[in-house]
Design a protein around this ligand. Sequence first.
Ligand code: NAP
Length: 521
Amino acid sequence: MICIPITAGTKKEALHAIERSCQFADSIELRIDLIGGGGLAELISTARNSSGLIKIIVTCRKKEEDACAAAAHIKSTVENTKKKIALLKEAIELGADFVDIELAEGRSAIKGLQSFCAKHGGKTKIIISYHNVKETPALTELKEIFHQCAKAKPAIVKMVTFAKTAEDNLIALSLIPYARKHSQEIISLCMGDKGRISRAIAPFLGNYLSFATLAREGQSAPGQFTVYEMKQINELFKSERTSPSVPVLSMPPLQPQNYVLLGNPVGQSLSQLMHDAALKKMGIEGIYSAFCVHNLGGAVQGMRAMNIRGASVTIPFKVAVMEYLDDVDDDAMKIGAVNTIINNNGRLIGCNTDWLGLILTLKKAMPVKNKTFVIIGAGGTARATAYGIIKEGGFPIIANRTPEKGKTLSDKLNCPFYSLTESGKIKADCLINTTPVGMYPKDKSPVKAAALGGYKYVMDVIYNPLKTKLLKDAEKQGCHIISGVDMFVNQGAEQLLLWTGVEPPRALMKKVILERLTKIE
Ligand code: NAP
């Protein structure tokens, strides 16, 4: 359900906004603290005349809980609680569908409003709200506040906090399944630019409604989408729960399984594009969202609380994430890095599909058993690569920029080590680049073109661009070249297989990635 807050400063503007909003939204929120000129009866009757289906929420926000109170153009017209309660009672008499009262108004004010409501037939439902315009408190504190609101048995608990970091979204969103467990309808989201992602995801977790504005200037809280954007988001995810046909106060059906990418940065990642396309094709209801993480512990805690089914983990958290998990499988433990988390009923298990993605790709192009492979790099991907090669009966050789790091890895693997400058001297069947050198937009190679002549195969784990400088040089030297795109698709497909138990559509996943990469090129 989409709700447009009416925040116009004059009654004339408000009436116009109501008429327009009723064409686009399922509900409106009359912010009578902001609408100058009073006339609640006229505002409500205009809404009813504009749409027989519109739900009307009447709100008189406390100054301390209003994110826009600081804005010069928006000024509260109601300063004291007595006047505010009188306005909410008037709304009840006029048959508003909901009135919103803050938890901070106190138990007796809330009880008074509830009994007034009951005396008037109980048609109007109560929303008890909490707004924190400065921050998102810790989850334990928010749960405590949720219970204080829920104790009064309102129709809806509304909890809106300010997102200072991306992880705050996870905290706010985790209240939605928590409220469902307690059979309580909820609206929980974050405001602010960093909180926008919660506004997009909350409807699919079962939030009672989504706030949106008619135009960008009309925001009643920072970060709100326009109604057009919100409808596009809903359309994108095709969630039945956001449809206006959902009966009022019905609990959402079984929760879909959702997935996240935890990394920093994540802006350039193509994982979301690939996983969303695959989930859609597989007919699995659920979404995959990318989170730019600043506090890894908080993000993993949010993943548990929201019962997120799975996570992809990327740079720079593949090693650090291990300490927050309940278990790490044998492959990931031996590699020393996790790129996949499975949430089995609250138990978080770390796995690694990078090695498998690489091996599946390599084996399609060449035999691995008894072949020798020069691995350029000594980081996480180099470790996963070497692990896969050894597992398949091949022999790795490490060549790295920093000799100490390369030597440490080669000692661990009991294999030869060369410095990067010596890579031309090595005799091997295949060379694999596992460093970021050559990634878009830089047209660079970690090794000189002349050093490639002795290799039959050259692979790059980089997939953007599709043909890196290393691969272009190798092709000129007559080598068979292997792009990182198949590895990327395979490691992602293996993640989906772990999360869902269903074979994912690898060809389609590759197609969407190739389409996007061709556009970038
Ligand atoms: P990492 O752990 O940070 O390791 C990076 C390695 O690259 C280090 O050994 C580092 O050498 C070396 N390196 C970095 N800059 C260099 C330079 N300018 N010249 C020479 N060597 C340099 O990173 P990672 O997690 O292994 O990821 C590496 C790359 O693999 C990334 O580009 C990532 O996107 C890609 N990747 C692709 C896939 C796929 O599916 N296709 C999957 C995983 C990763 P020092 O030891 O000297 O610092």
